[in-house]
Design a protein. Structure first.
Length: 166
């Protein structure tokens, strides 16, 4: 089985990964949802479960705060800069993340899609977010992730689908 992870960002800052159950992964850094979907199509990955590092549910309350974000910040002592409210996020995470979810849902109506917080996961588990070797060993990956965007893309499926939550 393979799982998809995405870390939506702007130009050359949109991480996309296809994680295989043997600990190997394919990855790329692209610039937009269209390029991410083209990459997934070339990898024949459409239909796989996907985790996205972006808010997939928005709040219409004051400050657009979500209870889950407040809980993560309080429970794991995570700063508001790491787990942010939707109103404080940059456009790429909000727009490209939701666009990816909607476009992927149209291509793969039955595929599970989930929101993920990969950096919050690392903090909660006490893993140095910049230590590629520790991340590789902890999650039994066969490769070191080359960039932060790819790291987050690889960790989305790891945290949700591989750790038994999905």
């Amino acid at each position: 089985m393979s799982w998809i992870g995405a870390d939506p960002g702007g130009k050359r800052a949109f991480g996309i990964a296809l994680l295989h159950d043997d600990g190997n992964f394919d990855c790329a850094t692209v610039s937009c949802t269209d390029e991410a979907l083209d990459w997934l199509t070339r990898k024949k990955a459409i239909g796989r479960p996907m985790g996205i590092d972006a808010p997939l549910w928005w709040s219409s309350g004051p400050g657009a705060g979500r209870r889950v974000d407040a809980w993560l910040r309080k429970r794991y002592r995570i700063t508001a800069g790491t787990v942010q409210s939707a109103n404080s996020l940059r456009g790429a995470a909000l727009v490209q993340g939701m666009m990816l979810a909607l476009r992927y849902r149209a291509l793969a109506p039955e595929a599970p899609i989930t929101e993920a917080h990969p950096k919050a996961l690392l903090i909660a588990q006490g893993i140095n977010t910049g230590d590629g070797t520790a991340i590789r060993q902890h999650y039994r990956l066969n490769q070191i992730v080359p960039t932060e965007h790819v790291r987050d893309a690889v960790l989305e499926p790891v945290m949700y689908f591989c750790d038994g939550a999905g």
